[in-house]
Design a protein around this ligand. Structure first.
Ligand code: ADP
Ligand code: ZN
Length: 719
C-alpha cells in the first residue's frame, strides 16, 4: 500500500503530496484523513493522509513511521473545503487544514495534548459468591448500574475495592472522560413577540439558503437564533453559531446551555487546549448538535448541518488576518451549501456588502425594527465640541459632566467610551477637528514622524505637515489622542466618590479579566464602566441609563475607506447599550463633526440613510461593494528591495490585469514592523477572469524566495 501525504511545512513550494510506503503492520490503521508520522529530509514530520493507492509503487519509497490517529481527523467534506479555501485565498493547503483543527490535532510536531482518563469499576454480578456485610454495601451502591467511577466510589477505600477486584467481582478499567461537563436545566422559553414570530415563520417557509437578519440592538435576535436552532434540531439537523470572540461571554454561552443542555459544545478562548480537544472529539463523534464559538468554530466537524448563524456579521473578527486569510462568513456559505443547509447573518449594523446583497435579493432580508421591551431606542444628543471646548473641563464638556452627576445621584450605571481607533497615526486640528485627506483616495493621510510628512498609504501621495490648519487657519495641528488612564484620572478628580471600572487592552491582558469585570459591573459593584471599543459591543446591563462617548470622531480618521462605516457601527452599538430594560436611556456623543453623515445617522439611528450616503461615496471612489479589492504586500528586511519587488509586481499587473485599477506601490499602513518593510499594491476590479492565474503565478514565484514575502489578501478588512 502507498499513501499520498501532505506534510506540515506551510510553504507553497511543498504544497503537494509526497508518496510513502505503508508497512504491512500499519495497513489496517490507514484511512484518508488520519495523521501519520513520516521521514522528511532527515527529519520526522507529521502529515495528513490524503490518498491511498492500493498497489505498491516503487520500492525505493520511504516508509510511514507511525499512524497517529485511530479516528479520522478530517472528513471528506473538510478535506474538500480545505482545497477550496487554499484556492480562494492562495494559501498553502496544509495551513488551511491546520486552521480547522484544535492544537492537539494540527499535525505539528511537539504538540502534547492528551486524552484524560478516569478509573471505573465494572460490576460482574455473575461472579458474586459469598460476600461480607461491608462488601454487600459496596455492591448495593451500584444499584442498577453496570459500572461506577472511582469518584462515585470515593467513600470506599482502595484496599476494599481491590479485594473485590481480586475476586473478579469488580473489574478495574481506564475510561476516557471529557474535561467539561454540562448540565441542562429546565427553563421557560419566552413567547416570541409578533415581530420575532414573523421572522421565524419567514425563515422556515423560505426556499432561499442565505438570510440577513437586520434587527436593532435589543430586538431579540438571539432569541430568534435559538428558536431556529430548536426547529433545526426537530428536523434532525445540526447548527453552528458564530459570535465575535468579545461577545462570547459565559453569560452568552449559558443562554444556549440552559436551553439546549449537553447537546452543545462551546469554543472560547478561556478553554485549555485539552478542553478544546475534548470538545472537538465530542463533536466528531456526533455527541453534539450545536456548536457555539468564535471564528474558527465554523470548522467544527459537525455533519448534516442545517443552520449556521453568524451573529454580529459586521464584526472584524470573522476575517483571519494571517495565513490562511479566510473569511468565516464565506466558509459558512460553503459548508451550508454542501449540506443543503441555511445561513443566517444577523446584525444591527450589517456590512454594506451584506446589505447590498440583501437589497439585490441575493440574501433574503429579515427585519426586527423594534426593541423587545417596547422601549424606544435611546435618544442621542450631539455635543458640539467646537463650541463646548471653551467651557470644558479636561476632556469633558459641561453637559456630559452634568449627566454623569445626575446618573450617579440616581444610583444608576453608565458606560463611557473612549474611541481610540486610529488615533495614533493622524494629525488633526485641535481647534476645528480638521484632518488632511488624500485628494485621490478620500482617506486620511498617515503621519510619518521621521520626516514630518503626511502620506496616503493607498496611492503614495505625499505632502508636508502644514504649519497652520487649512480649515480654520489656526496654528493648532497636533496629533490626537489620550489614554483611558488619563480619562479615569480626570473622572476621579470630578467625582471622587464614584466607582470606576476601566476596560482597555492593559487591564484586559489577564485571562478571564474581561468576564470578571463584566460580572462585577453587572452586580453593581461600580458606577462607571470606562473603556475602549470593547465596552461598545453586546453587553446587556439593565441598570445602564447613560452612555457617553468622549470623542466620537477619532475613528473617522482611520486611514481606511471603511472609517465612516466603522464609526457608524461603533456609535450605533454603544448607544444600544443604554435603556435596555425599563428605564429610558440617554446617550451623548462629544464631537467636532456634528454634520458628518456617519455621526448624524448614528444619532438618528438611521441605518438606511447611512447606507445610502456611504454607498454614493463607495461608488464614486470605486470601493466595495461596487469593486472587489485585493491587497498585495511585498515584505522584506531591505527597504530598497521591497520597493523594487513591488515595482516588478506592478509591471506584471499592468501587463496582464487589463481590467483592474492599480494603486501603488505605496508604503503599507504599517510600513515597518519588526524590521520588515512593506510596500503595498492595491487591485480594484469588478471582473478580471485571469486574476487568480496571475496572482497564483506570483505566489509560486515568491515561494522559493527567502528574502521577500508576497502577502495576498482578498477582500481585506483594512488596507
Ligand atoms: P439582540 O440579540 O437583538 O440584542 P436579545 O436576543 O439579546 O437581543 O434580546 C434582548 C433582551 O430581550 C434579552 O434580555 C432577552 O432575554 C429579551 N428577550 C428577547 N426576546 C424576548 C421575548 N420574546 N420575550 C421576552 N424577552 C425577550
Ligand atoms: Zn491616495
Amino acid at each position: 500500500m502507498t499513501v499520498g501525504v501532505l506534510v506540515e511545512i506551510a510553504n507553497k513550494n511543498v504544497d503537494k503530496l509526497f508518496d510513502y510506503k505503508v508497512p504491512r503492520t500499519l495497513e489496517k490503521e490507514i484511512q484518508v484523513g488520519v495523521r501519520v508520522q513520516v521521514p522528511f529530509a532527515y527529519r520526522t514530520l507529521e502529515g495528513f493522509v490524503l490518498e491511498i493507492k492500493e498497489d505498491d509503487l516503487e520500492s525505493s519509497l520511504k516508509e510511514v513511521i507511525q499512524v497517529i490517529d485511530q479516528d479520522i481527523v478530517l472528513n471528506q467534506e473538510l478535506l474538500e473545503l480545505g482545497k477550496i479555501m487554499a484556492k480562494e485565498t492562495l494559501s498553502p493547503l496544509i495551513s488551511c487544514y491546520q486552521v480547522m483543527l484544535p492544537k492537539a490535532l494540527k499535525a505539528k510536531e511537539g504538540t502534547s495534548v492528551t486524552k484524560k482518563y478516569e478509573t471505573v469499576y465494572v460490576l460482574h454480578r455473575e461472579h458474586i459468591t459469598s460476600l461480607t456485610k461491608k462488601q454487600e454495601e459496596i455492591i448495593a451502591l451500584f444499584g442498577e448500574k453496570e459500572s461506577l467511577s472511582r469518584k462515585e466510589l470515593k467513600e470506599i477505600s482502595l484496599a476494599r475495592l481491590n479485594v473485590l477486584v481480586e475476586k473478579g467481582i469488580l473489574e478495574e478499567k481506564k475510561q476516557e472522560v471529557y474535561r467539561l461537563q454540562y448540565s441542562s436545566s429546565s427553563l421557560v422559553v419566552p413567547t416570541l413577540t409578533k415581530d420575532q414570530e414573523m421572522v421565524v415563520q419567514h425563515f422556515l417557509k423560505s426556499d432561499e439558503s442565505t438570510f440577513l437578519l437586520y434587527g436593532v440592538t435589543g430586538s431579540g435576535k438571539t432569541e430568534v437564533y435559538m428558536e431556529l436552532i430548536a426547529k433545526t434540531l426537530e428536523q434532525g439537523k445540526k447548527s453552528i453559531v458564530l459570535v465575535p470572540e468579545i461577545s462570547l461571554t459565559p453569560q452568552m454561552v449559558k443562554r444556549f446551555q440552559v436551553r439546549f443542555g449537553n447537546r452543545i459544545a462551546a469554543f472560547h478562548s478561556s478553554l485549555s487546549e485539552g478542553e478544546k480537544y475534548d470538545e472537538w472529539r465530542r463533536i466528531a463523534r456526533g455527541e453534539v448538535d450545536i456548536v457555539i464559538g468564535a471564528r474558527s468554530a465554523v470548522f467544527a466537524p459537525l455533519s448534516n448541518l442545517g443552520l449556521i448563524v453568524v451573529d454580529e456579521e459586521h464584526s472584524d473578527s470573522y476575517k483571519q488576518e494571517n495565513v490562511p486569510r479566510y473569511d468565516a462568513r464565506r466558509i459558512a456559505l460553503l459548508r451550508a451549501k454542501h449540506y443543503g443547509g441555511k445561513v443566517l447573518f444577523g446584525s444591527a449594523t450589517p456590512t454594506l456588502e451584506s446589505y447590498a446583497r440583501a437589497r439585490k435579493g441575493r440574501y433574503q432580508l429579515l427585519e426586527l425594527p423594534h426593541r423587545v421591551n417596547g422601549q424606544a431606542l435611546p435618544k442621542v444628543e450631539l455635543i458640539d465640541m467646537n463650541q463646548e471646548i471653551k467651557y470644558a473641563k479636561g476632556h469633558f464638556s459641561k453637559p456630559l459632566l452634568q449627566e454623569i452627576e445626575t446618573c450617579l445621584k440616581n444610583k444608576e450605571q453608565m458606560i463611557l467610551l473612549l474611541n481610540r481607533r486610529g488615533y495614533s497615526s493622524v494629525v488633526s486640528c485641535r481647534n476645528c477637528g480638521h484632518v488632511e485627506k488624500c485628494p485621490h483616495c478620500d482617506i486620511t493621510l498617515t503621519y510619518h514622524k521621521s520626516n514630518q510628512m503626511l502620506r496616503c498609504h493607498y496611492c503614495g501621495y505625499a505632502t508636508s505637515v502644514p504649519s497652520i490648519c487649512p480649515e480654520c487657519h489656526q496654528e493648532s495641528l497636533k496629533d490626537l489622542g489620550c489614554g483611558t488612564e488619563k480619562i479615569e484620572e480626570e473622572l476621579k478628580g470630578f467625582f471622587p466618590e464614584s466607582r470606576i471600572l476601566r476596560m482597555d487592552v492593559d487591564t484586559m491582558s489577564r485571562k478571564g479579566a474581561h468576564e470578571r469585570m463584566i460580572e462585577s459591573f453587572q452586580k453593581g459593584e461600580a458606577d462607571i464602566l470606562l473603556g475602549t471599543q470593547m465596552v461598545a459591543k453586546g453587553l446587556d446591563f439593565s441598570n445602564v441609563t447613560l452612555v457617553g462617548v468622549i470623542n466620537a470622531d477619532t475613528s473617522l480618521m482611520i486611514p481606511d475607506f471603511r472609517s465612516s462605516e466603522v464609526t457608524f457601527d461603533l456609535l450605533s452599538q454603544v448607544a444600544g447599550r443604554a435603556g435596555r430594560s425599563e428605564k429610558q436611556g440617554r446617550v451623548y456623543f462629544q464631537t467636532y463633526n456634528k454634520d458628518h453623515y456617519a455621526i448624524l445617522c448614528s444619532k438618528e439611528n438611521n441605518y438606511l440613510k447611512f447606507y445610502q450616503e456611504e454607498m454614493k461615496i463607495r461608488k464614486m471612489m470605486k470601493y466595495p461593494p461596487y469593486y472587489y479589492l485585493v491587497s498585495c504586500n511585498l515584505a522584506c528586511k531591505d527597504q530598497q528591495k521591497a520597493l523594487l519587488e513591488a515595482k516588478k509586481c506592478e509591471k506584471v499587473f499592468q501587463k496582464y490585469l487589463t481590467n483592474t485599477i492599480l494603486l501603488g506601490p505605496a508604503p503599507a499602513s504599517i510600513f515597518k514592523k519588526q524590521n520588515i518593510y512593506r510596500y503595498q499594491l492595491i487591485l480594484k476590479y469588478q471582473y478580471q477572469d485571469n486574476l487568480y492565474e496571475v496572482l497564483g503565478k506570483l505566489v509560486d514565484y515568491y515561494a522559493t524566495n527567502h528574502a521577500v514575502t508576497l502577502e495576498i489578501d482578498f477582500n481585506p478588512l483594512h488596507l
